[in-house]
Design a protein around this ligand. Structure first.
Ligand code: VGL
Ligand code: ZN
Length: 349
C-alpha cells in the first residue's frame, strides 16, 4: 500500500503510538515488562515498550513490533486494552496511544534490549521505578482490570476484531480418510468449543477436481505427492460430521483448479484478505488440518498480509512425514512472527 502525503500539514495533527503491557506471574508476585528509555523524552527513565505506528501498519502490530525491537520478547498474543489520549501526556506533541496487553510464559522471559531502549527488565508491580508519560496510570488501570477479569489462565480476550479460521477439518484428513492425519479428528472438540467466542468464522475446505495435480497413484505423502483426496462434493471432502458449522461461518473451497495446488486461504485474488479487512479484523486464530501444510501456509500468509496470527496448538494436527515435520512447521511459523496459544486460554468477556 502506498499512502501519498506531503508529511507537512498547515496545522499540527495528532500522532499515534502503541505500547505493550506484558504481565508475568512470578510466584506470588506480579511483574510488568519495562524498558529504560534511550532517547528524549524521559531519557534514562523507565517506560512500557512501545513507539510510533508505521504508515501502513495495524496498531496491534506496532505494539508487537516495538515489544520485539525493544525487549527481544515475541510470540505473546496481545489483546487491546484501551486508548490513552489526555492532552499533554507526551511532550513531543499530541499523541494517542493504544495499550495492548499480554501475559508472558516462561519461554518469553529472556530479555534483550535493543533499538530505542537502553535496558529492559521485569519489574515488580508493587515496587515500580519512576515512569515516563502516563505509564504509571496505565499500569495501575490495567492491573485493576487484570485482577478482576483474568482468571484460570484465560488471558486472550476475543472481540469483534478477531476471526477464527477453521482449516480443512474434512473426512479425508481424519482417521479412516484417504489422507488421514493421525488424531486429525481430535481438533473437532476444541474448535467446537471456541466457535461461540467468535463473531467472525471462516471455514475452508480442500476442494479438488478428480484430476488434481497433487494426486499420485504412488503417493509419497509429501508436498506434491498425495493420494486422491478431498474431491469436490464427495464424502471425503465433507466436514467431519461432529464439526459445528455455524450459520454465520463463511465457507470457502481451495485448490479447485486441476493444475494448481493451494495450501493457503490467502489466494492471489486477495479475496480472503479483503474479507478480513472489510470486517476490521486484525487477529486471526487458526486451527484445523494439517499443521505442516494448510495451517503453515495460511499462518505465514496472514503474517505477510499484516495480521496477527495465533495458532491454536491443541486444535491442529500434522501429516508429520517424515516425523518432526509438524514441529518444523511450528518453528517456521514462530520465526515468521506467529503466536501459539491453547484454546483454553481464550475467553470472551
Ligand atoms: C492439505 C495435503 C494435501 C492440507 C491439503 O489441508 O493441509 N494437505 N492437501
Ligand atoms: Zn489437497
Amino acid at each position: 500500500m502506498t499512502i501519498k502525503t506531503s508529511y507537512t500539514y498547515k496545522y499540527p495533527r495528532p500522532m499515534a503510538t502503541a505500547d505493550a503491557l506484558i504481565f508475568r506471574e512470578a510466584g506470588k508476585e506480579l511483574e510488568v515488562l519495562l524498558i529504560k528509555r534511550g532517547h528524549f523524552p524521559f531519557k534514562g527513565k523507565w517506560a512500557l515498550p512501545g513507539g510510533y505506528m508505521d504508515m501502513d501498519e495495524r496498531l496491534i502490530k506496532t505494539a508487537e513490533r516495538e515489544l520485539f525491537e525493544e525487549t527481544g520478547v515475541h510470540g505473546i498474543p496481545l489483546t487491546f486494552f484501551r486508548m490513552y489520549e489526555t492532552p499533554g501526556r507526551d511532550p513531543r506533541g499530541r499523541t494517542i496511544t493504544g495499550i495492548y496487553f499480554g501475559v508472558a510464559k516462561p519461554d518469553n522471559y529472556e530479555l534483550r534490549s535493543r533499538d530505542d531502549a537502553a535496558d529492559a527488565a521485569w519489574c515488580r508491580i508493587d515496587n515500580l521505578p519512576e515512569l515516563s508519560f502516563d505509564h504509571k496510570l496505565i499500569i495501575h488501570d490495567a492491573l485493576t482490570w487484570y485482577q478482576k477479569k483474568i482468571q484460570n489462565g484465560k488471558s486472550i480476550i476475543i472481540g469483534p476484531g478477531d476471526a477464527l479460521i477453521v482449516v480443512d477439518v474434512q473426512n479425508d484428513f481424519c482417521p479412516g480418510g484417504a489422507l488421514a492425519v493421525s488424531d486429525g479428528d481430535k481438533v473437532v472438540s476444541p474448535l467446537n468449543t471456541v466457535m461461540s467466542l467468535f463473531d467472525n468464522i471462516f471455514m475452508t475446505r480442500d476442494w479438488h477436481p478428480h484430476n488434481h495435480c497433487s494426486f499420485s497413484t504412488t503417493p509419497e505423502y509429501i508436498d506434491g505427492s498425495w493420494p486422491f483426496h478431498c474431491v469436490a462434493d464427495t464424502d471425503g471432502a465433507s466436514f467431519h460430521p461432529d464439526l459445528i458449522v455455524p450459520k454465520r461461518a463463511v465457507i470457502s473451497g481451495k485448490a479447485f483448479l486441476a493444475e494448481k495446488e493451494e495450501y493457503s486461504d490467502f489466494d492471489q485474488t486477495g479475496r480472503f484478505r479483503k474479507a478480513l479487512l472489510e470486517r476490521g479484523i486484525d487477529r486471526v486464530f487458526i486451527g484445523g488440518l494439517a499443521t505442516d501444510y494448510c495451517i503453515k501456509f495460511t499462518t505465514l500468509d496472514a503474517l505477510k498480509e499484516g495480521f496477527c496470527a495465533i495458532v491454536l496448538t491443541d486444535a491442529v494436527r500434522g501429516v508429520d512425514i517424515p516425523p518432526g515435520n509438524a514441529q518444523k512447521a511450528i518453528n517456521n511459523m514462530l520465526e515468521a512472527g506467529a503466536c501459539l496459544a491453547s484454546t483454553g486460554e481464550l475467553i470472551r468477556l
